[in-house]
Design a protein around this ligand. Structure first.
Ligand code: SF4
Length: 391
Protein backbone atom coordinates (compact mmCIF):
# COMPACT_ATOMS: atom_id res chain seq x y z
CA UNK A 1 0.00 0.00 0.00
CA UNK A 2 1.35 3.43 -0.93
CA UNK A 3 1.27 5.91 1.92
CA UNK A 4 0.39 9.57 1.47
CA UNK A 5 3.07 12.06 2.52
CA UNK A 6 1.21 12.75 5.73
CA UNK A 7 0.88 9.03 6.51
CA UNK A 8 4.54 8.48 5.74
CA UNK A 9 5.57 11.44 7.94
CA UNK A 10 3.48 10.09 10.80
CA UNK A 11 5.05 6.67 10.40
CA UNK A 12 8.56 8.13 10.27
CA UNK A 13 7.94 10.09 13.50
CA UNK A 14 6.62 6.93 15.18
CA UNK A 15 9.76 5.09 14.10
CA UNK A 16 11.86 7.97 15.38
CA UNK A 17 10.36 7.67 18.87
CA UNK A 18 11.33 3.99 18.94
CA UNK A 19 14.78 4.89 17.62
CA UNK A 20 15.19 7.41 20.45
CA UNK A 21 14.22 4.78 23.01
CA UNK A 22 16.77 2.38 21.54
CA UNK A 23 19.41 5.14 21.51
CA UNK A 24 18.74 5.76 25.20
CA UNK A 25 18.21 2.23 26.53
CA UNK A 26 19.92 -0.03 23.99
CA UNK A 27 18.54 -3.22 22.45
CA UNK A 28 18.67 -6.92 23.30
CA UNK A 29 20.41 -9.17 20.80
CA UNK A 30 20.75 -12.84 21.70
CA UNK A 31 23.89 -14.69 20.63
CA UNK A 32 21.76 -16.79 18.28
CA UNK A 33 20.24 -13.77 16.54
CA UNK A 34 23.58 -11.95 16.44
CA UNK A 35 25.04 -14.97 14.65
CA UNK A 36 22.10 -15.23 12.26
CA UNK A 37 22.62 -11.62 11.11
CA UNK A 38 26.03 -12.52 9.71
CA UNK A 39 27.68 -9.67 11.65
CA UNK A 40 31.43 -9.86 11.22
CA UNK A 41 31.04 -12.21 8.22
CA UNK A 42 28.69 -10.73 5.62
CA UNK A 43 27.25 -7.83 7.63
CA UNK A 44 29.25 -4.86 8.93
CA UNK A 45 29.86 -5.26 12.63
CA UNK A 46 29.96 -2.62 15.34
CA UNK A 47 32.82 -2.02 17.74
CA UNK A 48 31.28 -4.00 20.59
CA UNK A 49 33.43 -7.00 19.73
CA UNK A 50 36.50 -5.13 20.97
CA UNK A 51 34.84 -4.63 24.36
CA UNK A 52 34.06 -8.32 24.71
CA UNK A 53 30.36 -8.21 23.79
CA UNK A 54 28.55 -10.18 21.09
CA UNK A 55 29.41 -9.52 17.45
CA UNK A 56 26.42 -7.48 16.34
CA UNK A 57 25.68 -5.40 13.24
CA UNK A 58 26.82 -1.78 13.41
CA UNK A 59 23.27 -0.56 12.80
CA UNK A 60 20.02 -1.48 11.09
CA UNK A 61 17.78 0.44 8.72
CA UNK A 62 14.06 0.75 9.48
CA UNK A 63 11.28 0.48 6.87
CA UNK A 64 11.10 4.30 6.50
CA UNK A 65 14.88 4.55 6.12
CA UNK A 66 16.11 5.58 9.58
CA UNK A 67 19.52 4.25 10.63
CA UNK A 68 19.51 2.89 14.17
CA UNK A 69 22.78 2.16 15.97
CA UNK A 70 22.93 -1.17 17.80
CA UNK A 71 24.12 -0.87 21.41
CA UNK A 72 23.42 -4.24 23.04
CA UNK A 73 21.78 -4.07 26.44
CA UNK A 74 20.49 -7.31 28.04
CA UNK A 75 17.83 -5.47 30.07
CA UNK A 76 16.39 -3.38 27.21
CA UNK A 77 12.68 -3.46 26.31
CA UNK A 78 13.55 -3.63 22.62
CA UNK A 79 14.82 -6.81 21.00
CA UNK A 80 16.23 -7.66 17.59
CA UNK A 81 14.63 -10.90 16.40
CA UNK A 82 14.99 -13.31 13.52
CA UNK A 83 12.24 -14.78 11.37
CA UNK A 84 13.97 -18.02 10.41
CA UNK A 85 11.32 -19.01 7.86
CA UNK A 86 11.78 -15.82 5.82
CA UNK A 87 15.34 -15.20 7.03
CA UNK A 88 14.34 -11.64 7.86
CA UNK A 89 14.88 -9.56 10.99
CA UNK A 90 12.48 -7.44 13.00
CA UNK A 91 12.42 -5.47 16.23
CA UNK A 92 9.96 -5.83 19.08
CA UNK A 93 9.15 -3.84 22.18
CA UNK A 94 7.78 -5.99 24.99
CA UNK A 95 6.96 -8.60 22.35
CA UNK A 96 5.12 -6.25 19.98
CA UNK A 97 6.62 -5.61 16.54
CA UNK A 98 7.79 -2.01 16.08
CA UNK A 99 9.97 -2.45 12.97
CA UNK A 100 9.35 -5.24 10.51
CA UNK A 101 12.05 -6.30 8.04
CA UNK A 102 15.00 -4.23 9.11
CA UNK A 103 18.12 -4.43 6.97
CA UNK A 104 21.86 -4.31 7.63
CA UNK A 105 24.79 -2.88 5.72
CA UNK A 106 27.10 -5.35 4.01
CA UNK A 107 30.54 -5.85 5.49
CA UNK A 108 33.34 -4.10 3.59
CA UNK A 109 35.64 -6.60 1.95
CA UNK A 110 38.75 -4.70 3.02
CA UNK A 111 37.91 -5.53 6.65
CA UNK A 112 39.63 -8.85 5.92
CA UNK A 113 42.79 -7.24 4.53
CA UNK A 114 46.04 -6.52 6.34
CA UNK A 115 48.27 -3.47 6.07
CA UNK A 116 51.78 -4.10 4.76
CA UNK A 117 53.03 -4.22 8.35
CA UNK A 118 50.45 -6.89 9.21
CA UNK A 119 47.72 -4.92 11.03
CA UNK A 120 44.06 -5.72 10.25
CA UNK A 121 42.79 -2.78 8.21
CA UNK A 122 39.44 -2.81 9.99
CA UNK A 123 41.29 -1.83 13.17
CA UNK A 124 42.86 1.13 11.39
CA UNK A 125 39.88 2.51 9.45
CA UNK A 126 36.23 1.58 9.89
CA UNK A 127 33.27 2.56 7.77
CA UNK A 128 30.49 4.26 9.68
CA UNK A 129 27.67 5.56 7.45
CA UNK A 130 27.54 7.59 4.22
CA UNK A 131 31.06 6.72 3.10
CA UNK A 132 32.66 7.93 6.31
CA UNK A 133 36.02 6.20 6.72
CA UNK A 134 36.63 6.80 10.42
CA UNK A 135 40.12 6.84 11.86
CA UNK A 136 40.35 6.57 15.64
CA UNK A 137 43.97 7.53 15.39
CA UNK A 138 45.07 7.29 19.02
CA UNK A 139 43.91 6.30 22.48
CA UNK A 140 46.16 8.94 23.99
CA UNK A 141 44.73 11.99 25.69
CA UNK A 142 46.99 14.51 27.33
CA UNK A 143 44.23 15.27 29.84
CA UNK A 144 43.99 11.68 31.04
CA UNK A 145 47.61 11.64 32.12
CA UNK A 146 47.05 14.76 34.21
CA UNK A 147 43.81 13.46 35.71
CA UNK A 148 41.88 16.16 33.84
CA UNK A 149 40.01 14.02 31.33
CA UNK A 150 36.36 14.79 30.62
CA UNK A 151 34.22 13.09 33.25
CA UNK A 152 32.06 11.11 30.80
CA UNK A 153 34.92 9.89 28.60
CA UNK A 154 36.15 6.33 28.65
CA UNK A 155 39.32 6.83 26.63
CA UNK A 156 41.33 3.84 27.72
CA UNK A 157 44.82 5.26 27.60
CA UNK A 158 47.04 4.55 30.56
CA UNK A 159 50.62 5.84 30.64
CA UNK A 160 52.65 3.30 28.71
CA UNK A 161 49.88 1.78 26.56
CA UNK A 162 49.32 4.60 24.09
CA UNK A 163 48.91 3.66 20.44
CA UNK A 164 49.21 5.96 17.49
CA UNK A 165 48.32 4.59 14.07
CA UNK A 166 50.99 5.39 11.51
CA UNK A 167 50.24 7.60 8.49
CA UNK A 168 51.21 4.66 6.26
CA UNK A 169 48.76 2.26 7.94
CA UNK A 170 46.00 4.84 7.66
CA UNK A 171 46.75 5.71 4.03
CA UNK A 172 46.79 2.06 2.93
CA UNK A 173 43.53 1.31 4.70
CA UNK A 174 41.81 4.45 3.40
CA UNK A 175 42.88 3.52 -0.12
CA UNK A 176 41.40 0.06 0.30
CA UNK A 177 38.10 1.62 1.43
CA UNK A 178 38.10 4.08 -1.47
CA UNK A 179 39.02 1.40 -4.01
CA UNK A 180 36.15 -0.77 -2.82
CA UNK A 181 33.76 2.18 -3.08
CA UNK A 182 32.66 2.01 0.57
CA UNK A 183 34.59 5.10 1.70
CA UNK A 184 34.73 8.52 0.08
CA UNK A 185 35.70 10.76 2.98
CA UNK A 186 38.06 10.52 5.95
CA UNK A 187 37.16 11.51 9.49
CA UNK A 188 39.82 11.52 12.19
CA UNK A 189 39.11 11.38 15.87
CA UNK A 190 41.05 10.57 19.00
CA UNK A 191 42.26 12.03 22.26
CA UNK A 192 44.03 15.34 22.67
CA UNK A 193 47.73 15.38 21.99
CA UNK A 194 49.70 18.56 22.62
CA UNK A 195 49.29 21.20 19.91
CA UNK A 196 52.52 20.99 17.95
CA UNK A 197 52.58 17.19 17.84
CA UNK A 198 48.89 17.09 16.92
CA UNK A 199 49.32 19.40 13.93
CA UNK A 200 52.43 17.59 12.73
CA UNK A 201 50.76 14.22 13.03
CA UNK A 202 47.67 15.35 11.14
CA UNK A 203 49.80 16.93 8.41
CA UNK A 204 51.81 13.73 7.96
CA UNK A 205 48.67 11.58 7.91
CA UNK A 206 46.80 13.63 5.31
CA UNK A 207 49.91 13.87 3.14
CA UNK A 208 50.29 10.09 3.20
CA UNK A 209 46.64 9.67 2.21
CA UNK A 210 46.95 12.21 -0.60
CA UNK A 211 50.08 10.53 -1.92
CA UNK A 212 48.55 7.06 -1.77
CA UNK A 213 45.30 8.11 -3.43
CA UNK A 214 47.10 10.37 -5.90
CA UNK A 215 44.77 13.31 -5.24
CA UNK A 216 44.49 16.21 -2.86
CA UNK A 217 40.81 17.18 -3.22
CA UNK A 218 39.66 15.12 -0.25
CA UNK A 219 36.77 15.53 2.11
CA UNK A 220 38.75 15.15 5.29
CA UNK A 221 37.90 16.07 8.87
CA UNK A 222 40.32 16.66 11.73
CA UNK A 223 39.22 16.66 15.35
CA UNK A 224 41.33 18.90 17.57
CA UNK A 225 41.21 20.77 20.84
CA UNK A 226 40.41 24.44 20.29
CA UNK A 227 43.93 25.77 19.69
CA UNK A 228 45.09 28.90 21.53
CA UNK A 229 47.32 29.44 18.51
CA UNK A 230 44.68 30.03 15.83
CA UNK A 231 47.19 29.78 12.99
CA UNK A 232 47.20 26.02 13.66
CA UNK A 233 43.77 25.96 12.04
CA UNK A 234 45.30 27.58 8.95
CA UNK A 235 48.01 24.93 8.94
CA UNK A 236 45.46 22.13 8.98
CA UNK A 237 43.58 23.71 6.11
CA UNK A 238 46.77 24.18 4.10
CA UNK A 239 47.65 20.55 4.79
CA UNK A 240 44.40 19.48 3.10
CA UNK A 241 41.69 19.20 5.75
CA UNK A 242 38.33 20.56 4.65
CA UNK A 243 36.43 20.11 7.94
CA UNK A 244 37.38 20.84 11.54
CA UNK A 245 35.76 19.45 14.67
CA UNK A 246 36.33 21.07 18.09
CA UNK A 247 34.05 19.67 20.76
CA UNK A 248 33.11 21.95 23.64
CA UNK A 249 30.71 19.25 25.01
CA UNK A 250 28.74 21.59 27.34
CA UNK A 251 27.96 25.30 27.00
CA UNK A 252 27.63 26.46 30.58
CA UNK A 253 30.93 27.86 31.85
CA UNK A 254 30.74 26.19 35.26
CA UNK A 255 29.70 22.84 33.82
CA UNK A 256 32.58 23.17 31.34
CA UNK A 257 35.07 23.62 34.17
CA UNK A 258 33.67 20.66 36.08
CA UNK A 259 32.94 18.22 33.25
CA UNK A 260 35.91 19.06 31.00
CA UNK A 261 38.62 20.22 33.41
CA UNK A 262 41.50 19.70 30.96
CA UNK A 263 39.82 21.62 28.15
CA UNK A 264 38.89 24.40 30.56
CA UNK A 265 42.41 24.70 31.95
CA UNK A 266 44.46 24.20 28.80
CA UNK A 267 42.28 26.20 26.41
CA UNK A 268 39.47 27.90 28.33
CA UNK A 269 35.89 28.39 27.20
CA UNK A 270 36.38 31.81 25.64
CA UNK A 271 39.36 30.63 23.62
CA UNK A 272 37.47 27.52 22.53
CA UNK A 273 34.60 29.62 21.24
CA UNK A 274 37.02 32.03 19.53
CA UNK A 275 38.63 29.06 17.77
CA UNK A 276 35.22 27.86 16.55
CA UNK A 277 34.37 31.34 15.25
CA UNK A 278 37.76 31.63 13.54
CA UNK A 279 37.39 28.18 11.96
CA UNK A 280 33.91 29.00 10.64
CA UNK A 281 35.37 32.07 8.89
CA UNK A 282 38.34 30.16 7.54
CA UNK A 283 36.69 26.88 6.48
CA UNK A 284 33.27 28.33 5.71
CA UNK A 285 29.84 27.78 7.20
CA UNK A 286 28.94 24.12 7.33
CA UNK A 287 32.57 23.00 7.56
CA UNK A 288 33.03 23.18 11.31
CA UNK A 289 31.44 20.90 13.88
CA UNK A 290 31.13 21.12 17.63
CA UNK A 291 29.87 18.11 19.60
CA UNK A 292 27.78 18.40 22.72
CA UNK A 293 27.20 15.63 25.24
CA UNK A 294 23.58 16.28 26.03
CA UNK A 295 21.79 15.61 29.28
CA UNK A 296 24.58 16.70 31.61
CA UNK A 297 23.78 20.40 31.77
CA UNK A 298 20.27 21.90 31.62
CA UNK A 299 18.72 21.68 28.18
CA UNK A 300 18.30 25.45 27.83
CA UNK A 301 22.04 25.99 28.30
CA UNK A 302 22.90 23.50 25.54
CA UNK A 303 20.35 25.16 23.28
CA UNK A 304 21.90 28.57 23.94
CA UNK A 305 25.17 27.16 22.68
CA UNK A 306 23.51 25.59 19.63
CA UNK A 307 21.80 28.91 18.87
CA UNK A 308 25.02 30.90 19.08
CA UNK A 309 27.15 28.42 17.14
CA UNK A 310 24.53 28.05 14.41
CA UNK A 311 24.49 31.84 14.01
CA UNK A 312 28.21 31.80 13.15
CA UNK A 313 27.97 28.78 10.82
CA UNK A 314 29.18 26.05 13.18
CA UNK A 315 27.16 22.81 13.14
CA UNK A 316 26.39 21.73 16.69
CA UNK A 317 26.09 17.97 17.00
CA UNK A 318 24.18 16.69 20.03
CA UNK A 319 25.38 13.30 21.25
CA UNK A 320 23.29 11.41 23.78
CA UNK A 321 25.11 11.13 27.11
CA UNK A 322 26.23 7.58 27.91
CA UNK A 323 28.89 7.67 30.62
CA UNK A 324 31.54 5.05 29.99
CA UNK A 325 32.14 2.35 32.63
CA UNK A 326 34.90 3.27 35.04
CA UNK A 327 34.39 7.03 34.65
CA UNK A 328 33.39 9.34 37.51
CA UNK A 329 29.90 9.56 36.01
CA UNK A 330 29.36 5.80 35.83
CA UNK A 331 25.91 4.92 37.14
CA UNK A 332 24.31 8.18 36.10
CA UNK A 333 22.25 8.05 32.95
CA UNK A 334 20.92 10.19 30.18
CA UNK A 335 17.43 11.72 30.28
CA UNK A 336 14.43 10.05 28.66
CA UNK A 337 13.92 9.44 24.97
CA UNK A 338 11.28 12.21 24.93
CA UNK A 339 13.74 14.69 26.51
CA UNK A 340 16.34 13.82 23.89
CA UNK A 341 13.86 13.98 21.02
CA UNK A 342 12.70 17.41 22.13
CA UNK A 343 16.26 18.70 22.32
CA UNK A 344 17.26 17.21 18.98
CA UNK A 345 14.20 18.59 17.21
CA UNK A 346 15.00 22.02 18.61
CA UNK A 347 18.60 21.69 17.40
CA UNK A 348 17.30 20.92 13.91
CA UNK A 349 14.88 23.88 14.03
CA UNK A 350 17.61 26.27 15.21
CA UNK A 351 19.95 25.13 12.46
CA UNK A 352 17.28 25.51 9.78
CA UNK A 353 16.37 29.00 11.02
CA UNK A 354 20.07 29.95 10.94
CA UNK A 355 20.21 29.06 7.25
CA UNK A 356 22.20 25.85 7.49
CA UNK A 357 21.36 23.16 4.95
CA UNK A 358 21.11 19.40 5.28
CA UNK A 359 24.18 19.16 3.03
CA UNK A 360 26.08 21.08 5.72
CA UNK A 361 24.91 18.67 8.39
CA UNK A 362 25.92 15.61 6.38
CA UNK A 363 29.17 17.27 5.35
CA UNK A 364 30.36 17.77 8.91
CA UNK A 365 28.62 14.78 10.46
CA UNK A 366 27.84 11.93 8.06
CA UNK A 367 26.77 9.56 10.82
CA UNK A 368 23.03 9.21 10.36
CA UNK A 369 22.41 7.13 13.47
CA UNK A 370 21.91 10.48 15.28
CA UNK A 371 18.40 11.77 15.93
CA UNK A 372 18.60 15.33 14.65
CA UNK A 373 19.51 14.07 11.18
CA UNK A 374 16.13 12.37 11.09
CA UNK A 375 14.27 15.53 12.04
CA UNK A 376 16.04 17.18 9.12
CA UNK A 377 15.16 14.35 6.76
CA UNK A 378 11.53 14.28 7.83
CA UNK A 379 10.99 18.05 7.91
CA UNK A 380 12.72 18.55 4.56
CA UNK A 381 11.04 15.43 3.10
CA UNK A 382 14.37 13.85 2.23
CA UNK A 383 13.55 10.25 3.13
CA UNK A 384 12.88 8.09 0.06
CA UNK A 385 9.26 7.49 1.13
CA UNK A 386 8.44 11.16 0.48
CA UNK A 387 9.23 10.81 -3.22
CA UNK A 388 6.11 10.72 -5.39
CA UNK A 389 5.18 7.20 -6.48
CA UNK A 390 5.96 6.49 -10.14
CA UNK A 391 3.50 4.69 -12.35
S1 SF4 B 1 39.47 15.58 25.40
FE1 SF4 B 1 37.96 14.76 26.79
S2 SF4 B 1 36.51 13.67 25.45
FE2 SF4 B 1 38.37 14.01 24.26
S3 SF4 B 1 39.57 12.14 24.55
FE3 SF4 B 1 40.29 13.60 26.08
S4 SF4 B 1 39.10 13.13 27.89
FE4 SF4 B 1 38.04 12.17 26.16
Amino acid sequence: MTLSKEQFRERAYAELLDKANIAVDGIRVSDEVAKATGAGVTVKEGGHLQRGGPVVPFSFRTPTGLDVGIRPSPAADYELRHNGRENSFYVTRDGEVVYDKVTFEPRPKYYDYLTSDGRPMKEIVSIVTNGCAAVWYSNECAFKERGEDCLFCGINYRPGDAFLKTPEQIAESVKAAYDEGVGWRVDFTGGVIPERREIEYYSDAIEAIQDTLGRSDLIAAACVAGPRELSNLDRLREAGFSIITMNIEVWDENFFKTICPGKARMVGRENWIKALEYAAELYGAGHVRCNFVTGIEPKFRTLEGVEYLSSVGVVANPNIFHPAPGTPLEGTRCPTAEWNLDLQERVCDIQRRAGLKFEDIINVHPVTTGLFHDFWRIKEELLPGFAPATA
